[in-house]
Design a protein. Structure first.
Length: 339
């Protein structure tokens, strides 16, 4: 009976991950996924990748990835981007793949502050192989057994294709940034069942941060002294989708080139399992060449527990460059990582 309960819990959580949006601990290192208004926000050219392995202690895996590219064209105050994302859940052999084109427009408020508005149009494909799926109607709770064979009770289409759209608005300056975004404006269909309709609800996100400059350090290279940037940043990301809401709140220290961060995820409600609270630890480097690398680990403090889930591992990589003056760089505190 205990094994059946664990099975149901993991199965429900895995399907919740595809019914709702994928969450990334390093959300600020996945800027276009966070808000399409970030396209071109560096004022340069950038590409990046993100990879997340969630609950590795479970026998079945849940992984997600994002790859993106964006460029800012100063002559028309516009940013252009491309984003590809996907996720796979091995137990039900369920996959999600999305490709999107992004456009943003920048309005300059002053020498050091800007507003950008962005929009994204996407093509989304969802696929599930239901030969291993056990529906709730097949469970005999009293006897603790499964009635029938996996997949025998399923009647529906195992592949869904749809269009989707996202939009966002972003303000940023030298030390502060604030953004709001709305995802899934078209609310695509996500139900695989023939006799059921279930649309993906819109996701609302409010995110921002503030960076405090600390006294710089000195690097002695035997010929001269170079200032070493040091800063402390606070960041927040609140999101709501359907009946679920969640808060990411944390801080990062940047001691050039090292980045150290600590985050808390979760907004305690009666929907405790999908809200999956965690403590997040980050280690990263941000190099003057424009290359940034980050690794984070989620320590689960929810009812699922760390020993059962194994937390989550996440890595990110970004590279920002320009064919123009390399000294010209836009700064916006997405926490202490420069972007």
């Amino acid at each position: 009976m205990k094994g059946l309960i664990i099975f149901l819990t993991c199965f429900t959580l895995s399907f919740f991950g595809f019914a709702q949006d994928i969450q990334y601990s390093q959300y600020y290192a996945n800027p276009i996924y966070l808000n399409p208004a970030f396209a071109g926000s560096t004022g340069q050219t950038r590409f990046g990748v993100n990879f997340r392995n969630q609950w590795p202690a479970l026998e079945e895996s849940f992984v997600a990835y994002t790859a993106y590219f964006d460029h800012y064209e100063e002559r028309i105050n516009s940013g252009f981007g491309l984003i590809i994302q996907g996720a796979q859940e091995s137990f039900t052999q369920t996959s999600l793949n999305e490709i999107g084109l992004v456009y943003s427009y920048r309005l300059r408020l002053s020498d050091k502050s800007y507003i950008q508005a962005g929009i994204q149009g996407s093509f989304v494909a969802r696929e599930a192989l239901f030969d291993r799926v056990i529906l709730g109607t097949q469970l005999d709770i009293d006897r603790g057994v499964i009635v029938g064979e996996p997949g025998s009770a399923f009647d529906g289409d195992s592949e869904l294709k749809s269009a989707d759209a996202h939009a966002g608005l972003l303000y940023f300056g030298r030390k502060v940034w604030l953004g709001v975004s709305v995802a899934h404006l078209l609310e695509p269909e996500i139900s695989y069942l023939a006799d059921n309709s279930n649309q993906l609800p819109m996701k609302y996100s409010l995110h921002g941060g503030y960076r405090f400059d600390l006294s710089p350090g000195d690097i002695n290279d035997y010929f001269n002294n170079t200032d070493q940037e040091r800063s402390f940043a606070l960041g927040i990301n609140y999101k709501q989708q359907g009946q679920f809401s969640q808060l990411d709140l944390g801080a990062e220290f940047f001691f050039e080139p090292l980045v150290l961060g600590f985050w808390y995820r979760g907004l305690p409600t009666k929907y405790s399992l999908p809200n999956n609270e965690a403590l997040i630890f980050l280690l990263g480097v941000s190099l003057s060449s424009g290359l940034e690398l980050g690794y984070s680990f989620d320590y689960s403090i929810s009812k699922l527990g760390f020993s059962s889930s194994g937390g989550a591992h996440e890595v990110s990589m970004r590279y920002t460059f320009s064919s123009k003056d390399p000294r010209k760089r836009y700064y916006a505190p997405l926490p202490s990582f420069r972007y």
